[in-house]
Design a protein around this ligand. Structure first.
Ligand code: SAH
Length: 353
């Protein structure tokens, strides 16, 4: 599967859209908001330029991206009232080309209404493309923001099949408790290729002293399986296995379905930043939102909004997605009743050397 062409969150604004099912991600954005805004304020106070060029990488559709842009502009406006003239803003919203940019554009009028009373020159543009490639001119950006996106790898890792082409991770769609160590290595290697590349590309695009705030999924420690996001992947695997046992999902298709996802641990991220060498680590915060029984339906709908399109493309358009996520909800509630589920997320603030 060509991820760059196929991957997108559920389009539009209907009941199963990302726009209506991204409360988990919004919660994480909000928990990180004070750090994002502090970084921006600090940058603005040191910035000599009359322009502030900002990119949101992996903006998706729905309200989350513009809500952060609104907070960014208001933060700078409030800071400059006392201190400096207001800069002109140039804001780029980036995502893969199949993202529903049109729905995002349709919410611009509401966004501008909310910004009324803030005197500003603000241009917003879409920038379709993969953040694992160059997106912007050299030394162009002042501030890069990315929420809930960098755990997506550039591709499904190589090495998940044996020499005959059979899956070595049968019954699983990601690293699971019973996955062979070659599976863990394949995913770790892909992240080792992708994350430093992302840093290197952004280092070319960001001005000296510019900042990045990266918010993405991680793991609690070196163990590849914990009761956070890895548990959610294993519940999705279980749901698909139950479907397969009823003949509703083709077992071979299930064996060949692999998520292009990796949640690193803190040490891995720190090591890659240090080795890559273009950025100084300003802050590293870990948040662990809890998924209680009352959140399970929202989380299940959220995962559906993220995975449905790839599931349909891989298993066929007629697959019973309602059923998969009914099972997912039931299994998730069972787990949440047993023991706390805490999904680990990192907030990484970087400064370009
Ligand atoms: N930032 C939003 C959306 C997160 S969803 C929020 O916090 O709610 C993750 C988004 O990352 C998806 O829209 C997905 O298409 C995008 N994404 C994943 N890999 C990408 C890549 N290589 N380049 C650009 N965008 C990517």
């Amino acid at each position: 599967m060509d991820i760059t062409r196929s991957f997108h969150m559920n389009d539009g604004v209907d009941a199963t859209s990302y726009a209506k099912n991204s409360a988990l991600q919004k919660g994480i954005i909000d928990m990180a908001n004070h750090i994002t805004m502090d970084q921006l304020k600090d940058l603005y106070m040191k910035n000599e330029s009359e322009k502030m060029v900002i990119a949101d990488l992996g903006c998706s559709s729905g309200p989350n991206s513009l809500s952060v842009v609104r907070d960014m502009v208001k933060t700078v406006a409030d800071t400059c009232r006392e201190n400096k003239p207001m800069p002109e803003f140039l804001i780029f919203l980036n995502d893969l080309p199949s993202n529903d940019f049109n729905s995002l554009f349709k919410s611009f009028p509401d966004f501008y209404t909310q910004m009324m009373g803030t005197p500003l020159i603000l241009s917003i543009a879409a920038c379709p493309g993969s953040f694992y490639g160059r997106l912007f001119p050299t030394q162009f950006l002042n501030f890069v923001y990315s929420s809930n996106s960098l755990h997506w790898l550039s591709k499904i890792p190589r090495g998940l099949n044996d020499e005959k082409g059979n899956s070595i991770n049968k019954g699983n769609i990601h690293i699971a408790g019973n996955s062979p160590k070659q599976v863990v290595e394949a995913y770790t290697d892909q992240f080792r290729e992708d994350f430093p590349k992302f840093l290197m590309l952004r280092a070319e695009e960001i001005v000296v002293g510019g900042r990045m705030v990266l918010i993405f999924n991680g793991r609690a420690g070196p163990d590849h399986f914990d009761r956070g996001f890895p548990l959610l992947w294993s519940i999705l695997s279980q749901s698909l296995n139950i479907m397969a046992s009823h003949g509703d999902v083709d077992i071979e298709k299930l064996d060949s379905y692999n998520a292009h996802y990796y949640g690193p641990c803190k040490d891995e991220v720190e090591e890659h930043v240090r080795k890559q060498g273009s950025f100084e680590l300003d802050r590293f915060d870990v948040i662990k939102p809890n998924i209680g029984v009352m959140h399970c339906i929202v989380v299940s709908q959220g995962i559906r909004a993220v995975q449905e399109n790839l599931i349909r493309e891989h298993f066929g358009g007629n697959i019973n997605v309602d059923k998969i996520f009914e099972l997912f909800t039931i299994l998730l509630i069972e787990e949440a009743k047993k023991e706390a589920i805490n999904v680990v997320n990192f907030i990484v603030a970087l400064r370009k050397n």
